[in-house]
Design a protein around this ligand. Structure first.
Ligand SMILES: Nc1nc2c(c(=O)[nH]1)N[C@H]1C(S)=C(S)[C@@H](COP(=O)(O)OP(=O)(O)OC[C@H]3O[C@@H](n4cnc5c(=O)[nH]c(N)nc54)[C@H](O)[C@@H]3O)O[C@H]1N2
Ligand SMILES: Nc1nc2c(c(=O)[nH]1)N[C@H]1C(S)=C(S)[C@@H](COP(=O)(O)OP(=O)(O)OC[C@H]3O[C@@H](n4cnc5c(=O)[nH]c(N)nc54)[C@H](O)[C@@H]3O)O[C@H]1N2
Ligand code: SF4
Ligand SMILES: [Mo]
Length: 890
């Protein structure tokens, strides 16, 4: 590929900060009062106006849009489509007479393979902007009728503020849980809600774990939140294994990069129990049994090691495999316990461990990888400690070899259903075709032991030395989670009062093993923006019943659609959509920093979130007024631009070369640490000996660096709980045993099917679920997919209306008998609004199980209990024979 010549973006020189070793964004360097002087000074004048005008705020028109300044013949304006689908596609809209007349793909990316991006959902956004469920005025619940009714901004804001104040007074501010979902879809408007939360001491509910997107194997193995390849590096891979990801659907605007890899002679192997769109476009489809990916990877890893195909130098220099373990205790040997060693000085979050070199123990310096070459990988001996005791020691490599001994190709076949010969061929290819890239998708990790799959797949890339090189690595593509610059200058107010809590404990109650904070009184109020938890999360039924029982005393929502969450709220703020405000958008999938632009005015009295949060802040913490731009609705856009300038200026080396004017013209490229035009994960670790992990923004480095104290890629984990659960090394644990079957040993008799919820082509979660074009493409009918033999055994037929149910909940759907589906599952495309599925959320069946390994540490959205959507048993029964035949068959 002649990729580089097309890129006009910049690559800055390598330095430590870019390499991921900058300390904390959390207490970054906010500009004075967090906003620029212009907004601040302008804001003071505005406050005076607003105060003088008294209750007039509700009548003030919204900010001037670009459309209003458009020439009479109209003009095209560039903006970004930014639901939580990771696409972040550049779009352009033709605006005239204050309206969007047409939407098209911007196709202006300097790297030509990124052009064009966009899908039918994004192109039909007008149906939602002007649809019947668009929020155009704030809503407040009428205490008499119990209904949500339109009201003035003044009343909505006053009501929300007084309710939240009352809850904070009764139960403490941390009893107010805030969901703002994930960060990539916005830093300015969404950043306002984050700033407000951190200012008032409300509990941030980590969106990444709430979504089930937190791939726990990353912090366990690499110490960081994740480090994935951007999609244009897919074309550089020559062997791509895809587990539980469906990029042809869920990475729609990037999926062609997989085709480019194939056209260049690469192979793409899709592991999916079900014949997916990606299986169709791959070189090979491997129909693996659900949730057995770890067993495949372990059998392949064993084959590579036993056949001496592993990259010993890479393992010795960059992984923990040469480090010695005291086999009496299962713990790593500490250099300070071994006589005759001179320890290097290291930060408190590191530990100096021991390996053998030429038969003698040596310190392994965690800060300089590879600084002691030729460490012995295979060690099985005894060691005398300073205290005079002699202990048996083995290297992690030997322990790994021993633990993999039973994982033969035949064992792999018996668990995964993949023929031994196929496992052997793929394992051999992994070791010989380079670069190897493994994609581990949402559905692979969204099982109770999803992290064990990730650890096993990481073994395959590390054993074969496939890290730190273009096109090589392991990637988990989930939502729009990643923070790719220092955003503290706006997101963190001066003197923050920040706390967070995972939602799991609201449903499970506290556990003896938890490390996360959880409010004393639980969540008594929820503030929700950019999310629809009353449909989308497996706390949906808990939320609905907590609301009905009054346990959850208050819900305040920010949305531009009238969702179920809005329906359950006390106050709903009518927000601007992504064509009606200035917002900064950055996805993990590509390097482009982009803007949402205010092409048109929000309809009616809808407003951008920056203005709404400022109004709430003024009411809830008037003493912090000077931390907010005191803008009127008309000034909200210029205030947002000032925040943008502040963010760019203080954003650190990945972004500080970009200006507001650059961004208004089109996409700008993030800078990265390695030479060449494409970012390469872990380049400085592999090429410059910098330690693992990379920084996981916005967290301070020491807080996550301690996850891999050795500074290396860790396959052997020696924290007590890993030992207790026999998960010190990657292993395979079957589905349901530690969850459904633990709760009810007979569960499989009542509920013999796995309820697997995958992402839909036609929606982004629950967004676009009310888009009439998308609904028409699905015949307005939710469908449950089953293997035809399973259906036959149940006496069910294609086109029947069926109920999918368990003890927790139920939905109705049209049955599709699909021979491409592996037996034992009911597949449902997630995101349907419950009015289509029989009132209960499709999530009502699912329970937020907690894996105690996820509780060893707590770092919101880095190491935290993760939702496991697919760890759910169900059954199916007939509701109406042939009831859906016409729609489904048409
Ligand atoms: N169109 C669209 N795109 C989206 C989204 C959307 O809602 N709509 N959502 C975005 C977000 S936030 C996310 S997190 C991602 C998620 O997107 P993906 O990572 O692609 O995940 P899923 O769609 O859940 O599942 C992909 C495949 O995993 C298979 N699968 C299920 N269980 C297993 C298993 O145990 N092993 C293996 N090997 N395969 C299994 C399913 O059959 C399915 O084909 O998509 C993003 N992109
Ligand atoms: N069973 C099951 N459940 C799942 C999944 C699964 O695979 N199976 N997937 C999970 C995953 S991966 C994810 S990421 C979550 C997603 O869960 P959610 O984030 O709750 O789902 P979305 O539909 O993306 O909700 C986004 C909401 O934000 C609103 N919104 C969009 N843009 C803006 C904006 O600019 N301002 C404001 N104020 N609002 C805006 C939209 O109108 C929409 O109502 O769902 C999870 N739920
Ligand atoms: S919905 Fe996603 S893939 Fe479609 S245009 Fe928008 S950002 Fe792109
Ligand atoms: Mo997600």
């Amino acid at each position: 590929m002649k990729e580089t010549e097309h890129i006009k973006g910049r690559t800055l020189p390598v330095n430590d900060t870019l390499a991921g070793h900058d300390i904390s964004d959390e207490h970054g360097a906010p500009a004075p009062h967090g906003v620029s002087r212009r907004a601040f000074v302008g804001g003071l004048a505005a406050t005076t106006c607003a105060l003088a005008a008294g209750g007039m705020i509700a009548g003030i028109p919204a900010a001037k849009s670009l459309a209003e300044n458009a020439p009479s013949e109209g003009m095209w304006v560039r903006t970004t489509c930014a639901p939580n689908c990771t696409g972040s596609c550049g779009m352009k809209a033709f605006v005239k007479d204050g309206q969007i007349k047409m939407v098209s793909q911007a196709a202006d990316y300097p790297y030509e393979h990124y052009n064009p991006r966009g899908c039918l959902k994004g192109l039909s956004i007008n149906t939602m902007i002007h649809g019947p469920e668009r929020l155009t005025k704030p809503l407040v619940r009428n205490a008499q009728t119990g209904k949500m009714e339109q009201t003035s901004w003044e009343n909505a804001l006053d009501t929300a503020a007084s309710k939240l104040q009352e809850i904070a007074r009764k139960y403490g501010p941390d009893s107010i849980g805030v969901i703002w979902q994930v960060q990539g879809t916005g830093h300015i408007q969404k950043g306002s809600l984050i700033r407000l939360t951190k200012s008032l001491g409300w509990s941030a509910i980590g969106g990444y774990e709430l979504n089930g997107d937190l791939p726990m194997f990353w912090p366990e193995t690499f110490g960081c939140q994740s480090e994935e390849l951007e999609s244009y590096a897919w074309e550089d891979s020559r062997y791509t294994l895809i587990f539980g990801s469906n990029p042809m659907v869920t990475r729609l605007p990037d999926s062609h990069f997989l085709n480019f890899s194939r056209e260049a002679g690469g192979k793409v192997v899709c592991f999916d129990p079900n014949y997916s769109a990606t299986a169709e476009k791959s070189t090979d489809w491997v129909q693996i049994k659900p949730d057995t990916d770890a067993a495949f990877a372990l059998a392949a890893a064993r084959y590579i090691i036993e056949n001496n195909l592993h990259d010993k130098e890479f393992c010795a220099n960059f992984t923990d495999l040469p480090l010695l373990i005291n086999t009496n205790t299962g713990k790593r040997v500490l250099a300070r316990d071994v006589p005759g060693l001179t320890l290097p000085s290291v930060p408190e979050y590191r530990e100096v461990y021991v390996a053998l070199k030429n038969g003698a123990p040596v310190c392994v310096d965690p800060e300089h990888l590879g600084s002691t070459p030729d460490l012995q990988l295979e060690v099985n001996t005894q060691l005398t400690l300073k205290n005079g005791s002699t202990i048996p020691v083995k290297s992690s490599m030997v322990l790994l070899r021993e633990s993999l001994a039973p994982c033969t190709l035949e064992w792999g076949e018996s668990i995964t259903g993949v023929p031994a010969k196929t496992i052997q061929t793929i394992a051999h290819n992994c070791a010989t075709i380079k670069p190897l890239h493994i994609i581990l998708g949402g559905s692979a990790i969204q099982w109770h032991h999803g992290d064990l799959k990730g650890r096993a797949c990481s073994l395959l890339v590390a054993l074969t030395g496939n890290l730190g090189k273009l096109g090589a690595g392991i990637s988990t593509y989930v939502g729009q989670y990643k923070t790719r610059f220092k955003a503290a200058s706006w997101l963190v107010p001066p003197n923050p009062n920040a706390t967070s809590a995972p939602f799991h404990y609201a449903v499970n109650g506290r556990t003896p093993t938890m490390s996360a904070p959880f409010p004393k009184s639980g969540f008594k109020a929820l503030v929700v923006g950019w999310g629809n938890p009353f449909e989308q999360h497996n706390v949906a039924n808990w939320l609905r019943s907590a609301r009905e029982k009054g346990d959850l005393e208050c819900v305040i929502s920010f949305d531009f659609q009238q969702t179920k969450t809005v329906e359950y709220s006390d106050v709903a703020f009518a927000c601007a959509s992504w064509y009606e405000k200035t917002e900064l958008v950055i996805t993990p999938l590509h390097p482009w920093v982009q803007l949402e632009r205010p092409l048109v005015d929000p309809p009616g009295e809808a407003r951008p979130e920056l203005w709404i949060c400022k109004e709430l802040a003024n009411r809830l913490a008037p003493e912090r007024k000077n931390q907010w731009p005191q803008c009127t609705p008309e000034q909200a856009e210029s205030a947002a631009e000032d925040v943008l300038a502040t963010l760019l200026k203080n954003g650190g080396p990945t972004i500080e070369h970009i200006t507001v004017d650059d961004l208004k013209k089109g996409p700008c490229k993030l800078a990265h640490a390695n030479p060449g035009e494409k970012a390469i994960p872990f380049y400085v670790q592999i090429h410059e000996g910098k330690p693992f992990p990379t920084v996981s923004r916005p967290n301070p480095y020491p807080k996550t660096a301690k996850f891999v104290k050795s500074g290396r890629i860790e396959f052997y984990k020696d924290e007590d709980r890993f030992l207790q659960f026999k998960e010190q090394l990657p292993c395979y644990k079957p589905a349901f045993v530690d969850t459904e079957l633990k709760a009810d040993p007979d569960a499989l008799k009542k509920f013999p099917f796995a309820y697997v919820t995958r992402n839909s082509l036609f929606r982004v979660h629950s967004t676009y679920s009310n888009n009439p074009f998308m609904l028409e493409l699905q015949n307005n009918t939710p469908k449950a997919f089953m293997n035809p033999h399973d259906a036959e055994e149940k006496g069910l037929h294609q086109g029947d209306v069926v109920e999918v149910y368990n003890d927790r909940g139920r939905i109705s759907a049209a049955l599709v008998c699909d021979p491409g589906m592996a037996p034992g599952q009911v597949i449902f495309d997630q995101g349907w609004w419950s009015r289509y599925t029989g009132e209960e959320s499709y999530n009502s069946l699912i329970f937020p199980w907690i894996n105690p390994i996820h509780e060893i540490y707590y770092m919101s959205s880095v190491w935290s209990p993760n939702m496991a959507w697919n760890e759910c048993l169900c059954n199916v029964r007939l509701l109406e024979a042939g009831g859906a035949r016409k729609e489904v068959m048409s």
